[in-house]
Design a protein around this ligand. Structure first.
Ligand code: HEM
Length: 192
């Protein structure tokens, strides 16, 4: 019981994040193997467009737009953000010439992680923690015993809540850094 949040929520969370990195590594490997590394440069464009497209859900959630099923849009948000980030990672590749776009990549990854935490983990984990507490209460356990029993779950949920707080500011920072990079690229256009 004490490790249920970790086993049932953090493990799938890590798997989704790892699948993003794994797919990007495979993509980069294929580009090199097929000798089409130049294509990676262009993958920044569909990647960025997909990430921008995923923001339709955020607009719907904040009622900036009023049409569209929020549940369906949420699934599209997750899918488009995953695919877009993956393409941007392949685009970033393993070249280090400029700092700004790499800071944007770090921002993007922290953002994906905080998004996954909020969407996939937090609500489920909180609900499960409350349910576990209620079951223990019904079983006649004392407050101290309950606290002891759910100690690690509570710590894990607390950590996740903090993650959620970074999602919006990091998204903002990521957007600004990415915009700086894209603006710079289009200003000094001259792709090799
Ligand atoms: C419209 C979208 C984008 C375009 C047209 C674009 C274009 C480019 C180009 C032409 C380069 C090569 C620069 C060079 O070798 O001097 C590059 C590199 C890079 N881009 Fe983008 N990019 C886009 C979006 C993004 C986004 C959203 C990110 C990150 C979140 C990103 C991260 C990177 C990284 C890390 C590199 C490698 C920098 C290095 O060599 O050190 N790009 N991009």
């Amino acid at each position: 019981m004490p490790t249920s949040v970790i086993r049932r929520d953090l493990v799938p969370f890590t798997a989704i994040f790892a699948s993003l990195i794994g797919a990007a590594l495979i993509g980069d490997y294929l580009l090199h193997q097929q000798d089409i590394v130049w294509l990676g440069r262009y993958l920044g464009i569909p990647g960025t467009l997909l990430i921008l497209g995923s923001l339709v859900y955020s607009l719907r959630k904040r009622k900036v737009i009023t049409s569209g099923n929020p549940g369906t849009l949420l699934r599209w948000h997750e899918f488009m953000a995953w695919l877009g980030s993956m393409l941007v990672l392949v685009h970033a590749g393993i070249h280090f010439n400029a700092l700004l776009p790499w800071l944007a990549v770090v921002g993007m990854l922290v953002n994906v992680a905080s998004g996954l935490t909020g969407k996939y983990l937090l609500q489920r984990a909180r609900r499960r923690l409350l349910a576990a507490k209620a079951t223990l209460q019904q079983g006649g356990r004392s407050e101290a015993e309950i606290e002891q029993a759910v100690f690690w779950d509570a710590i894990a949920v607390d950590a996740m809540m903090k993650w959620r707080a970074v999602h919006f500011p990091v998204a903002f920072l990521f957007g600004a850094l990415a915009a700086g990079h894209v603006l710079g690229i289009f200003t000094f256009w001259g792709w090799r």
